[in-house]
Unconditional design. Structure first.
Length: 499
């Protein structure tokens, strides 16, 4: 597509599952996809092991799936959104099958579905045990590259959103000061795991999308809720490999160094993560024992986990896998409506960078890929046949600085120390002051804005709920969502709550 036509196009920032699925669904509407790396790299979607949850099996139904989603979300899931993603999920799985995703099948040809934590039914579709994310991304990348309506631009990182004189978002400013004007802008930038020293996410996932949105005046919701996956493989790698929850669905057990069980294997993730965190603090060590449940089937049934273990000299068929909680998924992000619209005109958001109300305080396992494809489809349905909005000229915009390796490592350490599985007010205040000091020394990088939003919301939530646990406020209070706006350089975020 000629460069001059891009101002009338839809700009999608991010090329994971949400961004690519959306781009395909927009046909024949022209769109531009900005990817900070080659397609399939620097994307959490490709690393997803467990799969995608959908009520497709006999004896299951969307109503039950929605009930499980609401229960896992600890009082903050929007029931209408839970019902929406559960109801539309089966059709989106069929869309992925039509694109060539080879989901596992039973001997009679039906979709094989596994049980994961806090689901009342086996409803997670997988590929080769733990390769769902890679298989889905491979299919989407092939389809995207073949689509004539999609212009893919790789090695291009957005740094700031462009706005016109009316405040409407009208494009993006990238690393090299090149601007990309657009009729509509959709953020599909992923999560925040790279802000933490221990994460299962690509290090590039540093909350850039919701930080850019906040700078443009967008409302941010539920930023304090960072989900820590309880079973990252503890072999000293950055990022940490993941031992999929499907292993526990197959019967693997969490134990300590003495071989004792100390938590229900299929409890919600926040419960399991805290139990493992406390057991490790007590010096008893934590492991996932899959020797009996999986054993010799490991190479064929869970090849990703098996390869990660073997590369560290650990054979999971014979030895329990050392595990630790790791930053894994952000339930918070850009507040959107049920069509993916943000509070700022011209700006939409999809996937992990959003807060749609689907996950509440604790995401149900394998609902992330589901939410991404459901909302991508819904955004495309609203924009596909619309006449292009010809943007006004953008107002002058300066790109924020990027953090050098040293300050970024410092940020990751302080977030790990003070905004982890267990938090308290003193630690959150200390971390927030440190973030402000880094901003004064190195400029207000997007990673610092994202961290400030997380810390401010966590400090404001004086209770423990789902993935947010305050040791100084261990009890549960009245359910209410947290909304944050960013006020600008050298300031704290404004925090408000709504029940």
């Amino acid at each position: 597509m000629p460069r001059k036509d891009r101002s009338a196009s839809i700009l999608i920032i991010g090329a994971g599952l949400a961004g690519l699925f959306l781009a395909l669904k927009l046909a024949p509407r022209r769109c531009v996809v900005l990817s900070q790396a080659p397609l399939g790299e620097a994307s959490s979607s490709a690393w997803a092991q467990g799969g995608l949850a959908a009520a497709l099996a006999p004896g299951d139904e969307p109503k039950l799936h929605a009930q499980d989603t609401i229960a896992a979300g600890a009082g903050l899931v929007d029931p209408a959104v839970a019902s929406l993603i559960a109801r539309e999920g089966p059709d989106r799985v069929r869309d992925l099958i039509a694109l060539g995703v080879p989901f596992d099948r039973t001997s009679d040809g039906a979709l094989a579905q596994s049980l994961e934590a806090a689901h009342s039914r086996p409803r997670v579709v997988r590929v080769s045990g733990d390769l769902a994310g890679k298989a889905i991304m491979d299919a989407l990348i092939a389809a995207t590259r073949a689509a004539e309506h999609i212009d893919i631009i790789e090695h291009k990182r957005a740094r700031a959103l462009l706005r016109d004189a009316n405040g409407r978002v009208c494009g993006a400013l990238c690393d090299d000061e090149e601007t990309y004007p657009a009729s509509e802008v959709i953020l599909a930038t992923g999560g925040v795991g790279g802000l933490y020293a221990v994460t299962t996410n690509p290090i590039e996932a540093q909350g850039q999308g919701f930080a850019m949105a906040a700078r443009a005046g967008a409302l941010i919701a539920d930023a304090e809720f960072v989900q820590f996956h309880p079973t990252a493989i503890d072999i000293g790698r950055d990022p940490a490999p993941l031992a999929t929850e499907a292993l526990r669905g197959e019967g693997a057990h969490i134990i300590n160094a003495n071989g004792d069980s100390f938590v229900s294997d299929l409890a919600p993730r926040d419960v399991v993560a805290r139990a493992i965190h406390l057991e490790r603090q007590a010096g008893r060590g934590t492991f996932l024992d899959a020797r009996k449940a999986v054993g010799a089937k490991f190479p064929a049934h869970f090849p990703t986990v098996f390869a990660a273990c073997m590369s560290a000299g650990l054979d999971p068929r014979e030895t329990p896998i050392p595990i630790a909680p790791a930053a894994h998924y952000h339930m918070g992000g850009v507040a959107t409506d049920i069509w993916g619209r943000s509070s700022v005109e011209g700006l939409w958001a999809v996937g992990e960078c959003t807060s749609t109300g689907a996950h509440g305080a604790n995401r149900l396992a394998s609902n992330s890929l589901l939410e991404a494809v459901v909302f991508a489809h819904r955004i495309a349905a609203r924009l596909r046949d619309d006449a292009a909005h010809l943007p006004l000229p953008p107002e002058p915009t300066a790109a924020p600085p990027t953090l050098a390796d040293g300050p970024r490592a410092e940020l990751r350490r302080l977030m790990e120390a003070d905004a982890n599985v267990v938090r308290d007010g003193a630690g959150l205040k200390r971390a927030l002051a440190h973030v402000h000091a880094l901003g004064e020394s190195h400029g207000q990088a997007n990673a610092l804005v994202a961290s400030e939003l997380i810390l401010s919301a966590a400090l404001a939530r004086t209770e423990s709920r789902g993935a947010h646990f305050r040791s100084d406020y261990p009890d549960v209070a009245t359910p209410q969502r947290t909304f944050v706006t960013w006020r600008g350089v050298s300031s704290t975020a404004d925090v408000a709550a709504a029940s």
